[in-house]
Unconditional design. Sequence first.
Length: 340
Amino acid sequence: MGYRVVVAGATGNVGREMLNILAERQFPADEVVALASRKSLGTEVSYGDKTLKTKDLDTFDFAGWDIALFAVGSEATKIYAPRAAKAGCVVIDNSSLYRYDPAVPLIVPEVNPEAVEKVRNKNIIANPNCSTAQMVVALKPLHDRARIKRVVVSTYQSVSGAGKAGIDELWDQTKGCYVPGQEIEPEKFQKQIAFNVIPQIDVFMEDGTTREEWKMAAETKKIVDPKIKVTATCVRVPVFVGHSEAVNIEFEEFLDEDEAREILRQAPGVLVVDKRETGGYVTPVECVGDYATFVSRIRQDSTIENGLNIWVVSDNLRKGAALNAVQIAELLGNRVLQHA
Ligand SMILES: NC(=O)c1ccc[n+]([C@@H]2O[C@H](COP(=O)([O-])OP(=O)(O)OC[C@H]3O[C@@H](n4cnc5c(N)ncnc54)[C@H](OP(=O)(O)O)[C@@H]3O)[C@@H](O)[C@H]2O)c1
């Protein structure tokens, strides 16, 4: 028998991908329901070759449903996730609301699958930030071999990470740049995003870092190892889908670049594309629609004792959100629900 699965936020960027991925991976679902806000009532969304009519999250009764994949943002999650969890439905949440709650597991299945055992604390599992998810998939196998001390990461994050409104703003503003009088003022982003880059994602914290940068550090500690120090600079770039990261890693032990490349080739969820020639690396447009975290430009950093540089690219709506959530659901099915 299969599961009864809820997708909350089904009209959004992440929710639509969740439905696609549930169908692509033939997740064992007997029934799938698509939920969104009242204004989207009846909106049609695709689930494999079926079409689902969206229902209202606010009036939905979670009793009798097994798993709810949430992608509705923190405010709505605060209201509806506890409601689902209380009704016995396990919530896998994409917002940042529960990520730092010590009782709630924060999971990337390739990295810390064992954390799923703690699901019954609150009946909620958190999905990490998109930038963290792809980075830790690449870091974990290297950490296991040579112990990571410190990571310096600069991100190049696509506008789809800011939801439907982010995609629309880049599209409209880009067109507006060519038509005198039709320029679009920044609304979703802090400054013009078309033909520009913005070194701010989320709000500023007291020490001058942004919350997105703080999230990468806090989540890496929770998922991989609390001893790893991370300093991040998160930048929004005019790319529709696909986050890129330039990652500098300092290890406790020496790790040769050839061995690192081999370790990454064997690592779950990683695809190494690393030819030392023009074009021998992956860019965001090439990773759209893929499951993998791509690693390129693997090279020694000889300016520090045990240093390595890598370039990490992934589809932020997939490994950064929807795919990771569906993988967690698979893990939950295999390790917890099957034995209930
Ligand atoms: N995009 C990414 O790369 C990414 C990565 C990791 C995590 N996340 C997180 O995933 C969540 C969704 O992101 P997104 O990019 O999919 O955003 P989005 O494209 O703006 O979609 C938001 C979805 O949430 C629904 N929603 C919002 N408020 C609601 C409410 N009060 N009641 C019911 N439904 C409500 C919307 O329904 P309507 O269409 O009816 O308004 C829509 O389906 C956010 O928490 C985000 O931080 C996103």
